[in-house]
Ligand binder design. Structure first.
Ligand code: FPP
Length: 254
C-alpha cells in the first residue's frame, strides 16, 4: 500500500496551540499547472495529492476538523470539460485513497448542496461517509457544491418553515438557531482559515462560520503548500491574540 508522504516530519505540538477546526481554500491549481505548461487537470490532480498529504499532517498535528473547499456553487461556470474532470477526480480520490485515510483514522464528511451533484458523485459521498463513520482521529469535511450564501439561505428556509407552522416565533430566532440549522451544525467554526495562492478573498467559503476565524494567506500555490508552511501557519496561529471583540487578558487586568 502506498504510504502517505515520505519526508521525515516532526509533529511537535509541545506548547503549540493547533486549531481544533481548520478551513483550507485549495486555490492555485490552475496557475501551478500553467507554470509547468501542463493542462489545468494536471494541477487539480497535484492538488488532490496535496490534499492527501494535508490530511495526514493535520491528523498527526491533532486537528480534529479539517474543512476543505473542493468545489463551489460558482465553479459550475467553468468549462464543461474542467467540471467533468473535477467530478471524476473526486470519485477517483475517495475510491483510491480511502485505505490511507482509514489508516490515519480519518472520517470523511461532505458539506454543500449535495443533492444537486451528479449521481456518481453522490454515490461516492454516501459510501465514503458510511464506511468512515466510526473513525475517530479527525474529520475531513469536503465542501462540494458549497456556497456560504447558499448554506445561510438553506438555514433561513428551514427556520422560516418552522415560523410558518407556528412552532417558532420570529422574536425567538437567534444566532445560535441559525448555527444549528447550517449543513453540519456539530462541526465547530474554523479557528483558522488558510488560503494559499495569494488571493485576499473568502470566496463564499464558510461565511457564517468565519466570523472570528484567523486567516493565513500565502503566495504558495495549493499543490506546493506542504508540511513546512502548515507548521509555520500553526506557529503563527498559536501566537495570535484572539480577543473575539473583547480585550486580551493582559489588557483586561490593567
Ligand atoms: C481552485 O484552484 C481549485 C478548485 C476549484 C478545485 C479544488 C480541487 C482539488 C484540490 C482537487 C482535489 C479535491 C478533492 C476533494 C479530491 P483554481 O483551479 O481556481 O486555480 P487557479 O486560480 O490558479 O486557476
Amino acid at each position: 500500500m502506498p504510504v502517505l508522504g515520505n519526508k521525515k516530519k516532526t509533529y511537535d505540538t509541545t506548547g503549540l496551540k493547533v486549531p481544533v477546526s481548520l478551513g483550507v481554500i485549495m486555490d492555485g491549481n490552475g496557475r501551478w499547472a500553467k507554470k509547468r505548461l501542463l493542462p489545468r487537470s494536471a494541477g487539480h490532480r497535484a492538488g488532490a495529492e496535496n490534499l492527501k498529504e494535508l490530511c495526514r499532517n493535520c491528523g498527526r498535528y491533532g486537528v480534529k476538523y479539517l474543512t476543505v473547499y473542493a468545489f463551489s456553487t460558482e465553479n459550475w461556470a467553468r468549462p464543461e470539460d474542467e467540471v467533468h474532470q473535477l467530478m471524476e477526480l473526486f470519485v477517483e480520490f475517495f475510491e483510491k485513497y480511502d485505505p490511507e485515510l482509514e489508516q490515519e483514522g480519518i472520517r470523511v464528511r461532505f458539506t454543500g448542496d449535495i443533492a444537486s451533484l451528479p449521481e456518481k458523485v453522490r454515490e461516492t459521498i454516501a459510501i465514503g461517509e458510511e464506511r468512515s463513520k466510526n473513525r475517530q482521529k479527525m474529520q475531513l469535511i469536503v465542501a462540494m457544491n458549497y456556497g456560504g450564501r447558499r448554506e445561510i439561505e438553506s438555514a433561513v428556509r428551514k427556520i422560516a418553515s418552522r415560523v410558518k407552522s407556528g412552532e417558532v416565533e420570529p422574536e425567538e430566532i437567534t444566532e445560535q438557531m441559525i448555527s444549528d440549522n447550517l449543513y453540519l451544525p456539530d462541526v465547530p467554526d474554523p479557528e483558522l482559515i488558510i488560503r494559499p495562492s495569494g488571493e485576499f478573498r473568502i470566496s463564499n467559503f464558510l461565511l457564517w462560520e468565519c466570523a472570528y476565524s484567523e486567516f493565513w494567506i500565502s503566495d504558495t500555490l495549493w499543490p506546493d503548500f506542504g508540511y513546512d508552511e502548515l507548521t509555520q501557519a500553526f506557529r503563527d496561529f498559536a501566537g495570535r491574540d484572539r480577543r473575539f471583540g473583547g480585550l486580551s487578558s493582559k489588557e483586561a487586568s490593567t
